[in-house]
Design a protein around this ligand. Structure first.
Ligand code: PLP
Ligand code: ZN
Length: 405
């Protein structure tokens, strides 16, 4: 594991010890913390054991760049998901330097497993009696699944509007599922009180600084899978802003320790109906909360909690931000399905929709190497396509089949 030298507030830059606080006490929930390591030690560790020489096929391949030694083979395998380059797909969109990072292939079928694995490992390290979170979807099921695999009891608080596939995934794997009569905010409030009363560990994703560390492994893999090259663009769907912050941090740290010479540009993609980070990027100001509305539930975030880190990731990398319509998201789901065989949930396909838009606008150039991260599986939310898939209803004779050919 890497040596954490401190936690730095992204708002006021005050420094704290590794385990002192979850958020900056001066800035409250706005004071999200950033994990800093002993980068000399990290550099030395990579010199002793170069990335190329490693054989572990999971996020624990990068244990010496993470705040915990990890769970190794004792838990579900998270990460080391494929990076695809399909010439056919490139041809179909007129951009052959496109790579798809398929994070639907994690144990609970979303990128959130990378963060949950780090949270669970740290909870196991300190002997926590249980771990809790409030969430509407992937963060919850991811926490439940990884916790179950190491025998840590998970306590999950969800609003009663939760989609059925996610509820049953929780029902099968979680220690306890509390379906709260009310909104996500009600569930969040109840989870916070319960954590205080029963002393469970708190995996509320957007604020726990160590979760971004897990998400960073996705880009460490991208770097290796591209043959130890840095892409020109990394395209990421954005809700709270943790995933994009993690990708930027990975490349920044690779540069800090002298493994690479530059960082890629980050392209943040939001939905038209939930684009506070895009608006803040364009206005060069702070994020203004909005009432969010989009079919893509995993990025339906009107008050992103990690917006400072996200904006910093975009700006420092010379990146950009744009939004796509729900219809463009549906088209991207179908296009990825038909041309790559990858079934993404709406938020999972939003990055690809954003890439298409950026290509049309000339933001991403013809010879730029672009990586799109597909963050979650379509099996999480199949109903989103109910009105958009073409199914041929036939009688049991060939004539009705022929009519549909
Ligand atoms: C959580 C999530 C996102 C957005 O990640 P943030 O860290 O909230 O920006 C995107 N896609 C999927 C599938 C997710 O579960
Ligand atoms: Zn602060």
């Amino acid at each position: 594991m890497a040596k954490v030298t401190g936690l730095v507030c992204v708002k006021c830059a005050r420094r704290y010890g590794a385990a002192e606080h979850l958020v900056c006490p001066h800035c409250g929930l706005e004071g999200i913390l950033d994990v800093e390591y002993d980068y000399n030690e990290m550099r030395a560790s990579l010199a002793r054991s170069p990335l190329k020489s490693r054989s572990e096929g999971s996020i624990w391949r990068y244990a010496d760049m993470l705040p915990t030694a990890g769970l190794g083979q004792r838990s579900l395998r998270v990460g080391w998901t494929p990076l695809y380059h399909f010439p056919r797909l490139g041809k179909a969109i007129g951009h052959d330097r496109l790579y798809i990072k398929d994070d639907t292939l994690n144990p609970s079928a979303s990128l959130k497993d990378r963060a949950s694995a780090v949270a669970v490992a740290m909870a196991v390290d300190k002997g926590a009696g249980g771990i809790a979170c409030a969430s509407t979807g992937n963060a919850a099921s991811s926490l439940a699944v990884i916790s179950a695999s190491v025998g840590l009891k998970s306590y999950i608080f969800v609003p009663d509007t939760i989609p059925k596939p996610k509820l049953y995934q929780l029902g099968a794997c979680a220690g306890r599922v509390f379906r709260v009569a009310g909104t996500y905010e009600d569930a969040f409030g109840l989870a916070t009180s319960a954590v205080e009363k029963w002393g469970w560990d708190n995996r509320n994703c957007a604020i726990n600084p160590y979760l971004v560390e897990g998400k960073k492994t996705c880009s460490l893999e991208i770097y290796e899978q591209l043959g130890y090259r840095v892409p020109d663009w990394v395209v990421v769907p954005v809700g709270d802003g943790c995933i994009i912050s993690g990708q930027a941090k990975a490349f920044k740290e690779l540069k800090t320790i002298g493994e690479t010479a530059r960082v890629p540009r980050m392209l943040a993609v939001q939905a038209d109906g939930a684009r506070p980070i895009v608006d803040a990027f364009l206005s060069k100001g702070d994020v203004m909360p909005v009432r969010a509305s989009t079919l893509a539930d995993s990025i339906r975030v009107g008050e992103p909690r990690n917006w400072r880190k996200a904006l910093r990731a975009i700006r420092e990398s010379g990146g950009s931000a744009l939004s796509v319509t729900d219809d463009e998201i549906i088209q991207a789901m179908l296009f990825l399905g038909k041309n790559a065989g990858i079934f993404a949930e709406p938020a999972g396909a939003a990055g690809f929709a954003g890439l298409l838009k950026a290509l049309r606008a000339g933001l991403i150039a013809k010879d730029d190497v672009a990586v799109v991260i597909v963050t979650g599986s379509g099996l999480k939310d199949p109903e989103s396509l109910a009105l958009h898939v073409q199914i041929c209803d036939v009688d049991s004779d060939l004539r009705s089949v022929e009519k549909c050919l």
